[in-house]
Structures are given as C-alpha cells and as structure tokens.
Unconditional design. Structure first.
Length: 248
C-alpha cells in the first residue's frame, strides 16, 4: 500500500485537511455561516494568502453535505481577460461555474442546466442562475471567488444582474438564496466600481443589496499554537512557547 503523505504547512494556495495543517474554516469565520443561513448577500475581503478561498471552500462543502443547500464556490479569474466585453465575461463566468459544479461530484439533479438559457448579453448570467435555481431541489448558495478579476463594464453588469435577481426573490422568482463576493476589496469599493457612492445608501447602486462586509482576520496567537501542535502530534517535534510567540 502507498504510504500516506505527511501533512505540511501550505502557503501557496487553498488548503485541505487531508494534506495540510489548518485551522478549521468555521472557526475562522463563524459569521459567514450565520449570514448564509439568513439568505443574505455579503462580501468577504482580505489580503492575498490569508485563507479566504480555503475558508469558503470548506464552508461550501459543509453546507452541501448537510442536505438542504447546494453551495458552490467558483473563481471569476478567467473573466479578467474579457475586460469590458460583457458577453465574453458572462461566457467565461458560466464556463467556470459549470466546471466547478461538475468537479464537485454532485448528483445530476443538483447540477446547473445544460445548455444555459439563450438570452441577450448583459442578462445571461442572471438568467442562467435563475434557471438553475428553478430546477434545483435545494437552495442554491454561490461563492464568487476572485471577484476583483472582473473589470469595468463587466463588473457593473454582473453586479447589476445579481442585484436584480436578489430584489426579485420576494415575488417568488428563483435566484440564489445567498451570494458571497470574495476578493481584496471592501463593499464600498464595489459600490464605486458599479457607479454608486461609497458613503451613502443609494438605491441605484447595484451593490446596495450587500448586508455585510466581512474581513478575514490574521491568525491569532492561539491559532498559531494550534497549527504547531498539529505538527507536534503528527511528528513528535515540539516547539517552545518562545518559538511559537516569535512566529506569531
């Protein structure tokens, strides 16, 4: 039999508990689950390499495993190449969404429709999400990672479509119950990018809908100690308190 690979400290991409030492995702961002369960739309922002993708990926898996929600995280990074070309950006986003769903291992009934609805560019992304939610037997929750990749007019269009779908939900129109934008910027920056004013509530701003803007914090001293304790339990190598404090 193949010898199990030793876990290690990972700082070059998303972490997984089977390969890496890591703090449980729910422990780092308990507010996110509460907001998802309240069907809220919100922003998660933090600098790079702080664990945003790892945290949301773990939350998506946890929510889906519980049986009431189909929670999917996908990256918007491909859409950066589209610039202001809204139609191209929508196509790239929907391709990334479909690929993430297919790689998830979900049963067929949870997967998005194939093909997507054919509608006018500038409305394709919202129409696709609406059709998916209409068919899916579970509440759909969507995590848009690397949302900062969207540029100019494409950013405005996608945020506008999310706002439109969000506001149509009370009338019974199907749309994701919760949407999380994950990136480097706070919600006020998305308001500016989409034509709104950062300092006031503006009904015309596509992202006036965001309930919260969460920031993923730095590791605490206790979390650093927990990570090194995982390594100690796995290898027997011990670390003094001075060493852990120095790392922190």
């Amino acid at each position: 039999m193949r010898t199990p690979r030793a876990r290690y400290f990972n700082t070059t991409g998303p972490c997984g508990p089977q390969h890496h030492y890591m703090v449980p995702a729910a422990q780092r961002l308990p507010q996110a689950r509460v907001l998802v369960e309240m069907d809220r739309y919100f922003v998660l922002h933090a600098p790079r390499q702080t664990g945003k993708t790892t945290t949301l990926g773990a939350l998506a898996s946890e929510l889906t495993a519980e049986g009431d929600i189909a929670a999917l995280m996908f990256s918007c990074e491909r859409a950066k190449a589209a610039g202001d070309d809204v139609a191209w950006a929508e196509s790239l986003l929907l391709d990334s969404l479909r690929q993430a769903a297919e790689w998830s291992g979900w049963p067929q009934e949870l997967l998005p429709p194939d093909p997507w609805p054919q509608v006018t560019p500038g409305g394709r992304f919202g129409a696709a999400l609406s059709e998916w939610c209409r068919r899916c037997p579970r509440r759909v929750v969507l995590f848009l990672d690397e949302i900062d990749a969207l540029q100019g007019t494409s950013m405005v269009s996608i945020l506008s479509q999310l706002r439109e779908g969000h506001n149509a939900r009370p009338e019974g129109h199907p749309f994701p119950s919760s949407v999380v934008l994950c990136g480097l910027r706070d919600v006020r920056d998305y308001k500016v990018a989409s034509g709104g004013e950062p300092g006031r509530s503006n009904p015309a701003s596509p992202f006036n809908i965001v309930a919260e803007s969460l920031r993923l914090g730095d590791f605490t001293a206790d979390e650093i100690a927990e990570l090194y304790d995982q390594h100690t339990r796995a290898t027997g190598q011990e670390f003094t308190k001075d060493a852990v404090d120095h790392v922190f």
